[in-house]
Design a protein around this ligand. Structure first.
Ligand code: GN1
Ligand code: MG
Length: 351
């Protein structure tokens, strides 16, 4: 905890930083996060994932400043970065790791699962609006801090290399999942072949990256701005839908709990289209079901790659958690493909 307090003292007066309570916060798989008292969130950026953390923080500073300017016209809380005592918005610890501090949004709640269709609409509308709000972010474009983040064909190549290397000796445990990835390889390139425009997007739109008000019906704030960078709007929709229209948990061991809720998909699509306004073309709207399948395939493949590599990327709490996460996504992808016709009718209805 000493290092967390040391980090906090770069952003708060020393006596406040010394006294405040600290507890771990959130369900993120990458960074480490603590709640300080009831007012601040302290985060350690994962240096293995973010190789250029200064660019992550500069992207985030620009995005927060831009959103703060828009606050008057739209109803939301922009995430607020606290200045460090040296005038920057981060602290570089002696080991070179970057820390930051944001203001905690009081009386707000995050959800791992949706409670009802109205909440689905609100969540999707908030992520859609996020992209719309960033449409006029002043140039230059944000730095691509994780290059090829949603380059699914490249993720497939990385996966094949992991199977071949079998570093952790686990390929034998994942035989049928490996076959599943191989047999769906055609999906990897389909969305990118459409050449949709690149915009500033969130890139990590899982449901738990939103803060709702106490009623759980209104979104207050979009969190986790680490991967905001150039990308496809459809990837944002796909990532939200794979996390929010899944009836089970992201790492469910019981696959019978994992299904695609078509009604929730419909609300998510409606909400996203309404929030994104002109940041989403009719052609993109038509491809929302494909985008959801692509991201589901990609993420399942990333979890499986990490399982084969020995759990070096995503944080895990049990030995086969990454394999379970992969299985959930492959089951979900199968459900999505079975529902493809119905989902396409839903998005046609939005045009
Ligand atoms: C990671 O940090 P977190 O938990 O919000 C990952 C996302 C995945 C997500 C799956 C930088 O996000 O790409 O979709 O886990 N972030 C990074 O839960 O790889
Ligand atoms: Mg994240």
């Amino acid at each position: 905890m000493d290092i967390v307090r040391q980090a906090l003292s770069q952003f708060l007066p020393p006596d406040e930083a010394g006294d405040v309570s600290l507890r771990p916060l959130g369900d993120g798989h990458i960074n480490a996060t603590w709640l300080a008292g009831e007012g601040f969130v302290v985060q350690r950026l994962n240096p293995d994932v973010f190789k250029n953390p200064h660019a992550v923080m500069e992207n985030m500073r620009r995005v927060c400043a831009h959103l703060a300017e828009k606050k008057g016209t739209e109803d939301f809380y922009p995430l607020e970065l606290l200045p460090a005592c040296d005038g920057t918005c981060f602290w570089e610890a002696p080991d070179g790791v970057l820390w930051r501090c944001t203001r905690y949004v009081k009386n707000a709640r995050a959800f791992l699962k949706l409670k009802n269709p109205a909440q689905a609409f609100a969540a999707a509308c908030a992520f859609g609006r996020f992209v719309w709000l960033l449409k006029d972010l002043p140039p230059p474009p944000l730095v691509e801090t994780i290059p090829d983040f949603h380059n699914t064909p490249l993720r497939f190549k990385t996966f094949c290399a992991a199977v071949k290397a079998d570093k952790a000796g686990r390929a034998i445990q994942a035989k049928s999942e490996i076959e599943f990835v191989m047999s769906h390889a055609r999906l990897a390139g389909e969305l990118l072949e459409m050449n949709f425009p690149v915009r500033t997007v969130h890139n990590d739109t899982k449901l738990s990256n939103l803060l709702f008000d106490e009623s759980g019906q209104r979104v207050l704030c979009v969190l986790d701005l680490d991967t905001v960078m150039p990308g496809l709007v459809l990837h944002d929709f796909g990532d939200l839908a794979r996390s929010a229209a899944n009836t089970g948990d992201e790492d469910a061991e019981d696959l019978s709990t994992v299904r695609l809720d078509e009604a929730l998909f419909a609300e998510l699509a409606k909400g996203f289209v309404s929030g994104a306004r002109d940041a989403l073309s009719p052609e993109e709207i038509r491809h929302m079901p494909l985008a959801m399948e692509t991201i589901t395939y990609e993420l399942g493949m990333r979890f499986l790659t990490d399982y084969l590599d020995g759990d070096i990327y995503f944080r895990t709490k049990r030995p086969a958690q990454n394999l379970d996460r992969a299985r959930v996504h492959f089951k979900l992808l199968q459900c999505m493909q079975q529902s493809r016709g119905a989902l396409e009718r839903v998005v046609e209805g939005l045009l």
